[in-house]
Design a protein around this ligand. Structure first.
Ligand code: SAM
Length: 298
């Protein structure tokens, strides 16, 4: 918006209306690399005006206040530097719930809903399932489960204290804060030695360090590398999860791990070589790609 005209409320042709700001912002964001410039512009403008997105369409000719324009200008500048919209507006929807976000946590992905669906489905086998979410980030997995399974007893672990603060805040917002125990630690290390679960679920970091450099700038420059970087083969954390999980699974307990689809056979092999699991299976997402490994402890 560097070329904006001088505006006064009564110079209507020059005024920064909703329509005019969208007309300016959409090509600007496109030029700066956004794949979804219209959607981004609308979400940012709705955020700047503190209105639902639909209101942009019914208020096309509304003129923004100076304060709203300043907010929009800052948001557009930051989006032009590839900062994700979810961080700019501080929230993202996941599994039908709104999660507050900071750049300390991974932005929840729709892909992870496959893992949550699996947990909800398998948890039916227990009247009061004890469930552990390893690498909770925003808390989206643990909180979605708590929201849908009122009888579940849930713990959530993360190495990052800043991520845990975001997760705890989200749990409070969704009124499940008293039903999830948040623990800071490296995988299972901070749990009681005799802790025992019916289901252990995890969306661990699984991008290879090599792939990280080739990711979109939105992800590479702004999302926490601790949440993404799975080491040289992407399986550094997955390997440890699989090795240690049996100690914390009760009889017939289930391990569910989100994976990249090309990791399915390598992770199946990692599970099988432990000889601690049975019923090992890959579960596909709605597009048919294997995205979750399931294994039942022996
Ligand atoms: C891929 S993100 C998943 C976040 C969230 N569960 C989701 O699905 O959006 C992985 C999370 O694991 C955490 N993490 C990475 N290494 C860890 C470790 N060794 N122990 C515990 N948490 C870890 C990161 O801080 C991050 O929050």
């Amino acid at each position: 918006m560097a070329t904006e005209p001088t505006t006064t409320a009564n110079v209507t042709t020059d005024a920064w209306t909703v329509r005019r700001i969208l007309d300016w912002t959409i090509p600007h964001l496109k030029k700066h690399g956004s794949d979804t410039p219209r959607l981004d512009a609308e979400i940012l403008l709705a955020h700047a005006r503190q209105c639902p997105r639909i209101k942009l369409y019914t208020e096309y000719d509304a003129v923004l206040t100076d304060a709203q324009r300043q907010i929009m200008r800052d948001l557009v500048q930051r989006r032009s530097k590839a900062e994700p919209v979810a961080y700019l507006v501080g929230r993202r929807e996941f599994f039908g719930l709104n999660f507050q976000l900071t750049s300390d946590v991974l932005i929840p992905r729709p892909d992870t809903e496959t893992l949550v669906l699996q947990v909800l489905d398998h948890a039916k086998a227990w009247p009061r399932p004890r469930i552990l979410d390893v690498g909770t980030g925003s808390g989206c997995i643990a909180i979605s489960i708590a929201h849908h399974l009122k009888n579940a007893i849930i713990a959530a672990v993360d190495l990052s204290p800043d991520a845990l603060a975001v997760a705890q805040n989200n749990a409070k917002l969704h009124q499940v804060g008293d039903r999830i125990r948040f623990v800071r630690g490296d995988l299972f290390e901070s749990l009681d030695a005799d802790a025992s679960f019916d289901i252990i679920a995890s969306n661990p970091p699984y991008v290879t360090t090599g792939e990280l450099a080739g990711l979109d700038p939105d992800v590479r420059l702004h999302e926490p590398h601790l949440a993404l970087d799975g080491g040289a083969d992407g399986l550094k954390v997955v390997r440890r999860l699989i090795a240690d999980a049996p100690r914390f699974l009760d009889e017939k307990g289930i391990l569910l791990i989100e994976i990249a689809c090309e990791q399915a056979s390598a992770v199946t092999e990692l599970v099988n070589v432990t000889q601690r699991f049975t019923d090992v299976a890959t579960i596909a997402d709605t597009t048919g790609r294997p995205r979750v490994i399931k294994a039942v402890v022996k």
